[in-house]
Design a binder for this molecule. Structure first.
Ligand code: KIV
Length: 292
């Protein structure tokens, strides 16, 4: 558990300084109220573009727009007071050139007040990472499985399970660290490769499906809460929120159906003597069965 006495918001260099000092604790967040809860325990909150799948029901993260990221980014920054908030740059908003990336990332920073952005890609994003960092935008890298490339990869595939894949992924990590990234997400990666990268670079590795060899961990909040209907193998469900929501909604529907809710304590009385009101007759007829 990470309950810190600090009141100022953590910044990118604070996350970097945690390497070999303490595990970096992170979750995704898309929503002010859950951000306020996670803020008590997490070092950073990521407004991930997984919000496209989790909040908006897309099949992949590819359709997510900059405007969607900004709306959710603002909500999370309002909810969290202490954790660093990083916002994902969505597909198509940064790959074209460093200057396009700067234009869009600076818009995200200004309009959400977040403290960092995250880009997917290793060596191919090193120049852009350097360009943004030199101009005041902290960058978190993301290598291994990069979901925005799903259409090239051909599926959500674990990376680095054969030795011949290792050198390229290690080079990706070193290139981002050299370019000034303050941390790197390692997604869906074999445990020994995650260990090698963590040992090799001076910035924290944040694992999601990349073993306890990483310097920190992140999960999609809805997955670990037990709200997402399908989760990858690497997710541990720390809650059963889908069941809790369904139980509550069933109880509500039963109470409304049986006229147990709202009860007197949920009802406003008049401040002056009430006029005698004639209530409309209650529906007593059974509803007609719908023909199928
Ligand atoms: O979008 C996201 O949720 C992410 C995490 C998988 C790290 O990038």
């Amino acid at each position: 558990m990470s309950l810190h006495p600090l009141t100022r918001r953590l910044m990118a260099p604070d996350i970097t300084a945690m390497k070999r000092v303490k595990p970096v604790i992170a979750l995704t967040s898309y929503h002010a109220h859950t951000a306020a809860i996670a803020d008590k325990y997490c070092d950073f909150l990521l407004v991930g573009d997984s919000l496209g799948m989790v909040m908006h029901g897309f099949e992949t993260t590819v359709p997510v727009t900059l405007d969607m990221m900004i709306v959710h980014g603002r909500a999370v920054v309002r909810g969290a007071k202490r954790a660093l908030v990083a916002v994902d740059m969505p597909f198509g908003s940064y790959e074209e050139s460093p200057s396009v990336a700067f234009r869009n990332a600076s818009r995200v920073m200004k309009e959400t007040d977040c403290g960092a952005v995250k880009l997917e890609g290793g060596r191919r994003m090193a120049e852009t990472t350097r360009y943004l960092v030199e101009r005041g935008i902290p960058v978190m890298g993301h290598i291994g499985l990069t979901p925005q490339s799903i259409n090239v990869l051909g599926g959500f595939k674990t990376q680095g399970r054969t030795r011949d894949e290792w050198a390229a992924i290690e080079e990706d990590a070193r290139a981002l660290a050299d370019a000034g990234a303050f941390a790197i997400v390692l997604e869906a990666m074999s445990a020994p490769l995650a260990a090698r990268i963590t040992e090799a670079i001076p910035i924290p590795t944040i694992g999601i499906g990349a073993s306890s060899n990483c310097d920190g961990q992140i999960l999609v909040m809805e997955d670990m809460l037990g709200l997402s209907p399908r989760v990858p193998k690497f997710v541990k469900k720390f809650g059963a929120v889908a069941t809790a929501i369904e139980d509550a909604i069933r109880a509500y529907a039963e109470d409304v159906g049986e006229r147990r809710f709202p009860a007197e304590e949920h009802t406003y009385a008049m401040k002056e003597p009430a006029p005698s009101v004639i209530l409309p007759p209650q529906a007593t007829k059974k509803p007609k069965k719908l023909s199928t």
